[in-house]
Design a protein around this ligand. Structure first.
Ligand code: PLP
Length: 219
C-alpha cells in the first residue's frame, strides 16, 4: 500500500480524541510530502539536524514534534519552530527549554517522559520524580514552558499483557498527576503507542499516538 493509503487507513481507525503524530525520521521529504498531501500536518522527528532540514523544505503549516531524547545543548536549535517536545525527562532540560523559549519570547509545550518499560536503557522519570518536579518552585516559576501531558514507551516485547500492564501504569500516573494543575502545567495529553502497539495504547487511554513504520514503511 502507498503512504497515503496507510495513513488514511490508520486515521479511519483512530477515535476522534486521539491525535496522530506521523513519525518521519530517516524518511525523505518526498515521503513526508505524500503524507502532507493526504492531509497530515503533524510530523515527529528524533534528530534536531534532520528536523531542521525538513522544516526548511516543507510547508510552514506543519506542526513539528521532537519525539527523541533531547540534549540540553541542542534545545536552542529547535526552539524557533518546534511545537511539542515529547521526551522531557529532567528539570535541568526543562530549565534550558524555558531559557531558550524566553529568548524567542515563545511558549513551548512539553510532555514529561515517564519510565514504564523494563529495559534500563529507556529514558524517563519515575512517578516520585514526576511529582517532585511538578511541585518544585523552580518549575512553577518557569513562564515560557507549559507541561501539557506525559509520554511513555513500553518494553520492546511481543508479550501483550506486559505492554498492557505498562500502559495501564502510565495511564494511572497520568490520572493522578492531572490534579496538580498550575499556571504552566495542565495535563491533557497522553502520548503512548507506536506502530506495533497503538491499538492497545488507545484501549488503555492514549490520546496521542506516534506512528512511523506503519505509515512510511520499515526503516
Ligand atoms: C521511532 C519512534 C516511534 C515510531 O516507531 P514505529 O514503530 O516506526 O511506529 C515512536 N516513538 C518514538 C519515541 C520513536 O523514536
Amino acid at each position: 500500500m502507498s503512504i497515503q493509503q496507510n495513513l488514511l487507513q490508520i486515521k479511519s481507525l483512530l477515535p476522534s480524541n486521539v491525535t496522530l503524530v506521523a513519525v518521519s525520521k530517516t524518511k525523505p521529504v518526498e515521503d513526508l510530502m505524500e503524507a502532507y498531501n493526504a492531509g497530515q500536518r503533524i510530523f515527529g522527528e528524533n534528530k534536531i539536524q534532520e528536523m531542521t532540514e525538513k522544516w526548511q523544505q516543507m510547508p510552514k503549516d506543519i506542526e513539528w514534534h521532537m519525539i527523541g531524547h533531547v540534549q540540553s545543548n541542542k534545545v536552542k536549535y529547535m526552539v524557533p519552530y518546534v511545537k511539542l517536545i515529547h521526551g522531557v525527562d529532567s528539570l535541568k532540560l526543562l530549565k534550558e527549554i524555558n531559557r531558550q523559549a524566553a529568548r524567542w519570547r515563545k511558549n513551548i509545550n512539553c510532555l514529561l517522559q515517564i519510565h514504564i518499560a523494563e529495559e534500563e536503557t529507556k529514558f524517563g522519570l519515575d512517578e516520585n520524580e514526576l511529582i517532585e518536579l511538578l511541585n518544585s518552585d523552580e518549575f512553577k516559576e518557569m513562564s515560557n514552558v507549559k507541561v501539557i501531558g506525559l509520554m511513555g514507551m513500553a518494553t520492546f516485547t511481543e508479550n501483550q499483557e506486559q505492554i498492557k500492564k505498562e500502559f495501564d501504569n502510565l495511564k494511572s500516573i497520568f490520572d493522578k498527576s492531572k490534579k496538580l494543575k498550575t499556571e504552566n502545567c495542565q495535563l491533557n495529553t497522553l502520548s503512548m503507542g507506536m506502530s506495533g502497539d497503538y491499538q492497545l495504547a488507545i484501549d488503555c487511554g492514549s490520546t496521542m499516538v506516534r506512528i512511523g513504520s506503519s505509515i512510511f514503511g520499515s526503516r
